[in-house]
Write a protein that binds this ligand. Structure first.
Ligand SMILES: Cc1ncc(C[n+]2csc(CCOP(=O)(O)OP(=O)(O)O)c2C)c(N)n1
Ligand code: SF4
Ligand SMILES: [Mg+2]
Length: 311
């Protein structure tokens, strides 16, 4: 993928597609629509005008998109009140393919944009969907502070261990010894363990899945969207073009087999035990699920207090 597709870094897609869009959120209606029209049950949530997509053969991002759409429907929230925000990258393209209010913002700035949306309109259910580089390199500062403040939103981070869109540079998630365009002899930097960073920063819901765990990811998205506060889900996904090729990890299907063999689900463990190496076993699961007051509710209370109790 090249960044040439990003001539408009900031785009607002507000649902102008002519595809039938069922706002009721009920699966039964979607299935009937599918039977009657022959469309895929998720077509009403996609923008056919933006297809064909830019993703490479064997990339895991299609699974993430499908799982998110199924999860947000399963959450049972009003789809008119859902806002999706992304930064820049192959992952960031997800926002533009979804036929809901979606914003493709600048690199690393999805979280401040999403925080502003939420504060201006607390009724919104905000989801940020972006890559490991976008959220933990250029946007790392925003990530830790949004988690610390417990802003009510879901952050879905696709970790493919590199900057996929720009040709496969080293990222803060690249495992030690992994070869990338900018670490041709092997990465020697210590990578972040993303669930550990999110949890230590204050996230109230933290989970990790791979693209093989599509059903668990759907459940997790539905649960996290309903969970008040800052929810963080990491999805490990292959990048057969730019990461797995130099590291001889194989094609997309080989990586799916790898996830099948090498992942272990350990719900409830301390996320600091969930480090990842280069093609070493991956611990998945829901690691954190707790409650604390959200930034937006505290802010609203403080405003009420400052007005002498008037709402
Ligand atoms: C301010 C700024 N710096 C750098 C870039 C170039 N850039 C675009 S996407 C990207 C990396 C994306 O990596 P990641 O977030 O991991 O997403 P992926 O493509 O791997 O899904 C970079 C560095 C940019 N668009 N804007
Ligand atoms: S395989 Fe890599 S470069 Fe290709 S679309 Fe997926 S993340 Fe981007
Ligand atoms: Mg990436």
């Amino acid at each position: 993928m090249t960044e040439g597709h990003d001539e408009h870094d900031l785009q607002h897609h507000n649902g102008s597609s002519s595809v039938h869009r069922d706002r009721s959120g009920t699966v039964a209606l979607h299935e009937r629509h599918h039977r009657e029209t022959g469309e895929h049950p998720l077509d009403h949530l996609l923008r056919p005008g933006r297809i064909p997509h830019i993703w490479c053969t064997g990339c895991g991002l299609g699974v993430v998109l499908t799982a998110y759409l199924n999860g947000i429907q399963k959450a049972g929230v009003d789809l008119d009140k859902v806002a999706i925000v992304s930064g820049i990258g192959c992952t960031g393209r997800i926002a533009g393919y979804i036929n809901l209010d979606s914003f493709h913002t600048t690199h690393g700035r999805a979280l401040p944009f999403a925080t502003g949306l939420k504060l201006a309109n607390p009724e919104l259910k905000v989801s940020v969907i972006s890559g490991d580089g976008d959220l933990f390199a250029i946007g790392g500062n925003h990530l830790i502070h949004a988690a610390r403040r417990n802003v009510d939103m879901l952050v879905l981070c696709v970790n493919n261990f590199n900057y996929g869109m720009t040709g496969g540079q080293v990222a803060p998630t690249t495992p030690v010894t992994a070869r990338t365009q900018t670490s041709p002899y092997g990465c020697w930097e210590h990578p972040f363990n993303l669930p550990y960073v999110a949890a230590a920063s204050g996230a109230v819901y933290v989970a990790r899945w791979t693209v093989l765990h599509a059903r668990r990811l759907v459940e997790s998205v539905a649960e996290a969207v309903r969970h008040p506060g800052f929810s963080f889900i990491e999805v490990i996904s292959q990048c057969p073009t730019n990461f797995d090729r130099p590291n001889k990890g194989g094609e997309g299907i080989d990586l799916m087999h790898f996830y099948e063999k090498k992942t272990v689900v350990k719900n409830g463990i301390d996320p600091k035990e969930a480090d990842i190496g280069l093609y070493t076993p991956i611990v998945c699961g829901k690691f954190v699920d707790q409650s604390k007051p959200t930034y937006d509710s505290c802010y609203t209370n403080m405003c009420t207090m400052a007005r002498g109790g008037k709402k």
